[in-house]
Design a protein around this ligand. Structure first.
Ligand code: F6P
Length: 562
């Protein structure tokens, strides 16, 4: 971390204060020194979970933390009764307190065959019923039994949804590309900007296209607008009667699905205890199952389940989601880093940072505690990322030499589905080199000596040295995955889901509501009719009123000229 930054004040409890003292004591220590002092540091701090492909590993050792740091963070976890919170999650307790419902996504991948009750009712029979319905539908579509209105098999599936009804499935379909089947492509339309829909429709044949309208509430403005546009496109080509064979829905709201004109026989349900950003494991994953097959989808569930079993049973000291969460608390809340980068070294995970933006920032971007009081610490950092090596040629400059500290997770995949020439070793070398460079840095004296050794004159080398020096000691965590399979991907996603929950418990906030998205939606509904009205806009600030006027004028000119 860049030095000279004021550390944030921490709450007045024994565990937070012990961490504050420990932070002060460690302030002058560099992570590299911790390695020098303890040759067993990696073995002591790295955690693994076995998979069929080899160990799934979490290496937090390149963070400025010691075994004592973890002990103190575990004491903080004890102080907030994390164990009780984990138990409550798996017991289907209404941990989403502001909406008075469970956050029970673990039930969606609970493959033990045993009951899993919430509020005294075993939810598994319902979960299995929907899974069976998905299985039947996927087999019918992929097997050419479900045919379009003109008797042709489905070649393209379009998921229409937004937020959690888009990001998870879109990310997974891309990540599991190697498991996809020739002849069936999945597309995702989310943005209400018609460009998104038109770009997709342009490539499709209505006779062989199946639309999945995915919306938990089935009231989301963007999704309904997009679904209506798709419906109009289809009806124009094939007539009204074709809708039944080309539209299915995924929702918790049967009444609205029927109102839209989709037969609820072709609706795949889920439940209010599945949060949007945790829903890819439910029927929301229908596009995944269609794109990669049911076996692969079940493999994903298996991976999630494996991580769940680990999370609920492993002691905190050996627990991967807990460790990942605690590293985040240390770097963000305790040392004050405002940002967090997630850097997947696998092109298949290109959408993983976008998925995590919603998972982490919509879950934990909160400012009040469960008791409705201001949170006394920083909560979710700004999360961003791009696949390596692209990010290296974009924003890594700032990671290495910028003034804001940016702790990073490097998600590294050892074996590629495309072992072509030496691409994969090159990719891996870059990943490992970046983590090493971020920690090690390079002093101005080293930079100067290097330039002199290459023959640069002394004055120039001295002048350039500060520019070519790296402060180092920039924290990173490496997640090393043997190969990206349905199982290891499921583990990775569940790892971050549980990380988010652990952090919410430590911050005392609700990870499962999202009231912060409401105000903008309400104001947009008010502005929408004003954009096409002649009446002066009312009730707005000067900027918004002027912009409404200007947009009206610009659009008027545009249609007048068209
Ligand atoms: O943006 C708010 C939000 O409610 C997200 O939490 C959710 O994933 C998204 O909208 C879509 O909601 P729905 O699935 O109900 O259309």
């Amino acid at each position: 971390m860049p030095q000279n930054r004021a550390f944030p004040e921490l709450p007045d409890s024994p565990a937070w204060q012990a961490l504050a003292r420990h932070r002060d004591a460690l302030a002058g220590t560099r992570t590299l020194d911790l390695f020098a002092a303890d040759p067993g540091r990696f073995d002591a701090l790295a955690l693994t979970l076995d998979t069929d492909e080899g160990p799934f590993l979490l290496d937090p050792s390149k963070n400025r933390m010691t075994a004592e740091t973890f002990d103190l963070l575990c004491a903080l976890a004890d102080e907030v009764n994390l164990a009780g919170a984990i138990q409550a999650m798996f017991a289907g307790v209404a941990i989403n307190e502001t909406e008075n419902r469970a956050a029970f996504h673990v039930a969606l991948r609970h493959l033990s065959g045993k009951p899993l009750p919430s509020g005294g009712v075993d939810v598994m029979p319902e979960v299995r019923k929907v899974l069976d319905k998905i299985t039947g539908f996927v087999s019918a579509v992929r097997g050419g039994v479900w045919l379009g209105a003109t008797g042709r098999a489905v070649t393209d599936v379009v998921n229409i949804g937004i937020g959690g009804s888009d990001l998870g499935p879109a990310m997974v379909v891309e990540a599991l590309g190697p498991y996809g089947r020739e002849g069936l492509s999945a597309h995702f339309v989310s943005n209400v900007d018609a460009t998104h829909m038109m770009r997709v429709l342009k490539r499709l044949d209505p006779e062989t296209t199946l639309f999945i309208v995915t919306s938990k509430t089935f009231t989301t403005q963007e999704t309904l607008r997009n679904a209506r546009t798709a419906r109009e496109w289809l009806v124009k080509a094939l007539g009204e009667a074709a809708v039944a064979k080309h539209f299915v829905a995924v929702s918790t709201n049967a009444a609205e699905v029927a109102k839209f004109g989709i037969d609820t026989v072709n609706m795949f349900g889920f439940w209010d205890w599945v949060g949007g950003r945790y829903s890819l494991w439910s029927a929301v994953g229908l596009s995944i199952a269609l794109a990669v097959g049911m076996d692969t989808f079940v493999g994903l569930l298996k991976g999630g389940f494996a991580m769940d079993e680990h999370f609920r049973s492993a002691p905190f000291a050996d627990n991967l989601p807990v460790a990942l969460a605690l590293v985040g608390i240390w770097n963000g809340t305790i040392l004050g880093a405002p940002c967090h980068a997630v850097l997947p070294y696998d092109q298949s995970l290109a959408r993983f940072p976008a998925f995590l933006q919603q998972l982490e920032m919509e879950s934990n971007g909160k400012g009040v505690t469960l008791a409705g009081l201001p949170v006394p610490t920083a909560t979710a950092p700004v999360l961003f990322g791009e696949p390596g090596t692209n990010g290296q040629h974009s924003f890594y400059q700032m990671l290495h030499q910028g003034t804001l500290p940016v702790p990073a997770d490097f998600v590294v995949v050892a074996r590629s589905h495309h072992e072509v020439a030496d691409h994969q070793p090159m990719l891996l070398a870059n990943a490992l080199a970046q983590t090493e460079a971020l920690m090690r840095g390079r002093t101005a004296a080293e930079a100067e000596a290097e330039m002199r050794a290459k023959g640069m004159d002394a004055a120039k080398a001295k002048a350039l040295a500060p520019h070519r020096a790296f402060p180092g000691d920039r924290p990173s965590t490496t997640i090393l995955i043997p190969r990206l399979t349905p199982e290891t991907l499921g583990m990775l996603i569940a790892l971050y889901e549980h990380k988010v929950y652990v952090q919410s418990v430590i911050w005392g906030i609700n990870a499962f509501d999202q009231w912060g998205v409401e105000l903008g939606k309400t104001l947009a509904s008010a502005i929408l009719p004003e954009l096409t009205s002649d009446a002066p806009p009312e009730g707005h600030d000067g900027s918004t009123a002027a912009l409404i006027d200007l947009v009206r004028a610009l659009r008027g000119e545009e249609s007048a000229g068209a």
